[in-house]
Design a protein around this ligand. Structure first.
Ligand code: ADP
Ligand code: MG
Length: 355
């Protein structure tokens, strides 16, 4: 948590520097959401309106955190219990939309983004508030779960009803909930007449509009979580999400075990240190950052294409930065001597879709 706090403070310092504009009022506020600090910047509306908007968002996030929490009792834990029983049941409304979105994104990612592996995530110790004193699970227990192959395809959703054919399925929205929450927050801001804003949860964000006609300047976290790898500018409506192995992990007998699990092996994904993705909506960006982390330096381009992602930056275990051409055009790396590999174009317009 201290580590997160430190990263967020660095980011805030940067946003603070770039967020102020002489002509338009900028309102910055911060609260805790999904266990991490969330910063909201609102531009161009009277202060009272911005204060009320942030209060509304804080309430939204509290509700969402309760609805989608993977281990505190609530709608998702109840859903998981009913899924495991195999009966047909009415889904809680707060879980339904996220489940539908998750199923689509899981399929597009070849199930590398697989929110049905809640049991594996629990086994590795990441369904608890503080995994610091955890230790890796028994290899046989991991293998049993890999063989059981829980997936979103095991769940049939019909109108508001669901039924699951695989008792090993347990949902964990850790890789997508924050993204969907940010999308809903932006939608709510727009409903309140706010069209220039950033919602930034621990460095993952969606930005809409601009600040006094200028694009927002966004910092990309370094592969260790501390420091800044580079910068990019966003304007209009874009989300920037990073998945990194520094986010949640523990040390056991000299080895670090982190929280992004490769569903094919059942173990923490190898080969990647962090992935940053830019996409229109935050839900897709969040799921894609996790999927591409698992895909790794060899497979990220194929999965990015399948998921419709136009901008990717992946730092591999040797600290080499891999980017597609359009991403490379947008990113200013801090270290001019950084080893970089530019991939083949992801899409036809990968060369010139720079905003
Ligand atoms: P963060 O939000 O911490 O930056 P991610 O978006 O990558 O990171 O989400 C990681 C979380 O997602 C884990 O803590 C776990 O709850 C869940 N998770 C881990 N591996 C996977 C996976 N392969 N597919 C879906 N969810 C995963
Ligand atoms: Mg994610």
């Amino acid at each position: 948590m201290n580590h997160r706090l430190c990263i967020t403070l660095i980011l805030l310092a940067i946003f603070g520097l770039s967020g102020c504009d002489r002509n338009e009022p900028v309102y910055n506020s911060r609260f805790l959401a999904f266990g991490t600090l969330t910063d909201v910047s609102i531009v161009g509306v009277p202060r009272e309106k911005a204060v009320a908007a942030v209060e509304a968002l804080e309430k939204d996030f509290t509700i969402m955190n309760h609805a989608w929490h993977a281990w505190n009792p609530g709608p998702l834990t109840r859903t998981n219990k009913l899924l495991a029983e195999g009966k047909r049941f009415a889904l809680p409304p707060s879980v339904l939309a996220l489940m539908r979105k998750s199923a689509i994104l899981a399929n597009k990612s070849d199930h590398l983004f697989n929110p049905a592996i809640g049991r594996l995530i629990r086994l590795w110790g990441f369904q608890q508030d503080n995994p610091d004193n955890w230790q890796p699970p028994d290899a046989a227990a991991v293998e049993e779960l890999v063989q059981a192959n829980p997936s979103m395809d095991d769940i049939v959703i019909e109108d508001i009803h669901a039924q699951c054919s695989n008792p090993w399925v347990q949902l964990d929205f850790g890789a997508i909930g924050k993204g969907y929450g940010i999308d809903l927050a932006i939608e709510h801001l727009r409903e309140m007449g706010i069209n220039n804003a950033i919602v930034n949860s621990g460095g993952d964000l969606r930005a809409i509009g601009a600040r006094g006609g200028h694009p927002w300047r966004i910092a990309i976290r370094g592969a260790t979580g501390a420091g800044i790898l580079g910068f990019l500018y966003v304007s209009g409506d874009e989300s920037v999400f990073t998945s990194g192995n520094y986010e949640r992990n523990y040390l056991w007998k000299g080895k670090v075990y982190h929280h992004i699990i490769d569903p094919r092996t059942g173990h923490p994904a190898r080969g990647t240190r962090s992935v940053t993705v830019i996409h229109d909506d935050a839900t897709t960006a969040d799921a894609a950052a996790t999927a591409l982390f698992v895909a790794g330096p060899r497979d990220w381009q194929r999965i990015a294409r399948q998921m419709g992602i136009k901008y990717v930056l992946l730092v591999d275990e040797n600290n080499i930065v891999h980017m597609n051409p359009a991403m490379a055009r947008r990113v200013q790396l801090m270290d001019k001597n950084q080893s970089v590999e530019i991939s083949a174009p992801l899409m036809q317009d990968d060369h010139n879709n720079n905003p």
